[in-house]
Design a protein around this ligand. Structure first.
Ligand SMILES: O=C(CNCCc1c[nH]c2ccccc12)Nc1scc(-c2ccccc2)c1C(=O)NCc1ccccc1
Length: 331
């Protein structure tokens, strides 16, 4: 079997996150969920949430689904590095993504969500696509949608074709040759503790020479920006007039009128270049002439993160075979 579904950016201005329609239960309830290779819980806004925590999101009501079953005595609680989080109870039900159905998928129903999720009206929950070792359900951890689907897939892979300010796709079970050019460069994945961790072969700032130094980081569709070591980030912002590392804004900012260099990263012998226009994320506050950079330091993060900003300049194959690998191709 295979599946294919759209990945739609939730904001016209800049790509904060991408959502994909997912149908849950019988009769089908459709929610817009953020596919997240940087975590491993499938959780949704649900009928168990206080209405004060729902602001425009669609909810999943298990008691309206004839195929929903309570996973008795199980709960979940997740906190992301940015301090956001949610928690609740667990049901199993049918979950369908782009024609691919998984029966008895653990659906983690939120009973509480943090304010940042309440204020994100376009995100009805997340579909974790990290390794199931990161799943937070207790006392028995649950498998991700991809792990549950894997055995039935033509090939144990999913691919991400994210785009700038336009809809891309997530495909399951096949590699669509029409979505990339040239060869796919595959590199090993270290799935301990459960992220899609790979080694980038180096980087270049603008037209500068390529610095061939391995950078270990995670391929994370759930994080908007790129978080890299300070040496890389200072080399980049040294080329940006007026750039500063702002404590108040929590990262590198610069005048929105500044000329930005491109940023190139390597995967094996392959090179991927993020154009200057993508490297400015947003004005720090609406209408401000100070802009927040798409490249930030991983100092406070603890790991390097290749988020949507890096993923959207490539076609990326998440190969869940044995051993797992990750493939990057131009498009
Ligand atoms: O959690 C994920 C992927 N799911 C994100 C779901 C999500 C969390 N708010 C969301 C808001 C909207 C949509 C999805 C999400 N990735 C990782 S690995 C390490 C860190 C981390 C660890 C320590 C410090 C910082 C990061 C994160 C992290 O917190 N990223 C989100 C972020 C990172 C920086 C700034 C903001 C968010």
């Amino acid at each position: 079997s295979t599946g294919s579904a759209a990945a739609v950016p939730i904001n016209a201005e800049f790509d904060i996150a991408y959502v994909t329609p997912v149908t849950l239960g019988t009769p089908p309830q459709t929610l817009q969920l953020d596919f997240d290779s940087g975590s491993s819980d499938l959780w949704v806004f649900s009928s168990h949430l206080p209405t004060s925590q729902i602001r425009g999101q669609e909810i999943y009501a298990p008691n309206k689904s004839s195929t929903a079953k309570l996973l008795d005595g199980h709960s979940w609680s997740i906190t992301y590095g940015d301090g956001s989080g949610s928690r609740g109870n667990v049901y199993t039900d049918n979950v369908t993504v782009g024609g691919l159905m998984v029966e008895r998928q653990a659906i983690e129903c939120a009973q509480q969500v943090s304010s940042s999720f309440t204020s994100e009206a376009h995100i009805d929950g997340l579909v974790g696509l990290g390794f199931s070792t990161l799943n937070t359900v207790s006392p028995k951890s649950q498998l991700t949608f991809f792990d549950n689907a894997k055995g039935a897939l033509d090939s144990p892979v999913f691919t991400a074709d994210l785009k700038h300010k336009q809809a891309g796709t997530y495909d399951f079970g096949f590699i669509d040759k029409a979505k990339y050019t040239g060869e796919i460069t595959y590199v090993p994945v270290n799935n301990d503790p459960g992220y899609w961790t790979f080694s980038s072969s180096g980087y270049a700032v603008g037209s500068g020479n390529f610095s061939a130094s391995p950078i270990s980081g995670i391929a994370d569709t759930g994080t908007s920006l790129i978080y890299l070591p300070t040496a890389v980030v200072t080399a980049y912002y040294r080329q940006v007039q007026g750039a500063t590392n702002s404590r108040s804004y929590g990262g590198y900012v610069f005048p929105c009128s500044a000329t930005l260099p491109s940023f190139t990263f390597g995967v094996g012998e392959a090179r991927f270049t993020i154009p200057p226009a993508y490297m400015s994320y947003a004005a720090v506050t609406p209408g401000s002439s100070t802009c927040f950079g798409g490249l930030q330091s991983s100092n406070g993060v603890g790991i390097n993160i290749w988020g949507d900003l890096a993923l959207k300049v490539a076609f990326v194959v998440f190969n869940g075979g044995t051993p797992p690998t990750i493939g990057w191709a131009a498009k």
